[in-house]
Design a protein around this ligand. Structure first.
Ligand code: DGY
Length: 325
């Protein structure tokens, strides 16, 4: 039987690869790096579907040139800021993503960053590993989560999963979102219709909004000035939400006491200023990186591709309006 042709841009978990081998005539990326735009276009000749990741930049030029045979692109991510959705719609190509599934894993990483940044975990690790640990009662005093206001910018599924965890640490939850949540989801959280008002109260601020033209560089010198002195910033959303130079200046001056960052503009590169600072706790975009979550993401991506190619309703196509991740 004729199998649909699927272009796969990276290596996935064995179970996902086995399903790909079983159900598709697969074309794999032979390089140990993402395809270039030209290579991906060439690989897509006569293909029905593409299975991509946030490392693949699918811009308007890509969608102008992609072969007409391609009916669906599924991304292995909840974020789709790497895809020009409008340009895809112009070519009548469906874009599928993986919302919801990553919420618990990403919320866990947000808590890890919150604790790592506030309890000076990088400096502690360095001391233990370099043998510079001395017996001082003033050593590496950090800041406690208990009783602090946690501001959540973007109260989608990840934001709400962070709120659930942070309540257990005794934090007071405030949030800003494009729309106020219904009471059952909001619980005891305090809604701020103005993001500026959220910043004014956020002793800890955690970013969970998608990167859009409206949220790009949301954290900059002006918005940092609204935060309480010595606030702690956490970002597991997208690096492009932050102006790196402005945050680095605030971390140097102590205006922002510490930052926990899992995402960076221009990944896998990051601004070298972060590496020179001790009050940063940095991870290499591990938000959804658990076996359970990544397996579920892969299976959902393939469910989407199958549904579109079979002319059935797909479980999660990118909506027309931007969503909160
Ligand atoms: C996502 O799913 O968007 C995560 O950030 C992994 O890229």
């Amino acid at each position: 039987m004729h199998k649909p042709v699927l272009v796969v841009t990276t290596q996935f978990l064995d179970e996902i690869e086995a399903r790909i081998d079983r159900d598709y005539d697969v074309r794999r990326n032979p390089y140990e790096r993402p395809f270039t735009c030209d290579e991906l276009i060439e690989a897509s000749s006569g293909a029905d579907a593409l299975f991509v990741t946030p490392f693949d930049q699918l811009d308007s030029d890509f969608f102008k040139r992609v072969p007409a045979s391609v009916k669906v692109v599924a991304t292995y991510s909840v974020g789709f800021d790497h895809i020009d959705v409008q340009a895809a719609a112009n070519r009548k190509i469906a874009i599928a993503y993986t919302p919801g599934i990553n919420a618990d894993a990403t919320a866990d990483i947000a808590m890890l960053l919150m604790l790592g940044a506030s309890r000076r975990a990088f400096e502690g690790q360095e001391m233990v590993r370099k043998g510079t640990w001395t017996l001082s009662s003033q050593m590496l005093l950090g800041w406690q989560l208990t009783g602090k206001v946690l501001g959540i910018f973007g109260m989608g599924r990840v934001g709400r999963a962070v709120a659930q965890r942070a309540r257990g640490f005794g934090m007071a939850i405030h949030y800003s979102n494009s729309t106020r949540l219904p009471a059952a989801l909001e619980k005891d959280a305090v809604f701020h219709s103005s993001p500026s008002n959220l910043l004014r109260v956020s002793e800890f601020l955690t970013l969970h909004a998608p990167e859009t033209p409206e949220t790009h560089h949301f954290i900059n010198s002006k918005t940092i000035d609204l935060l309480p002195q010595g606030a702690i910033l956490i970002n597991t959303g997208r690096g492009g939400l932050v102006v790196d130079e402005d945050l680095i200046a605030a971390l140097k001056s102590g205006r922002v006491a510490a930052a926990g960052l899992d995402v960076f503009e221009g990944e896998p590169k990051l601004h070298p200023g972060y590496l020179a600072l001790k009050n940063t706790f940095l991870l290499p975009h591990l938000g959804s990186a658990t076996v359970e979550t990544r397996l579920a993401m892969g299976m959902l991506a393939l469910d989407n591709i199958d549904a579109v190619l079979d002319g059935k309703p797909a479980p999660s196509l990118v909506p027309k309006e931007p969503v909160v991740a």
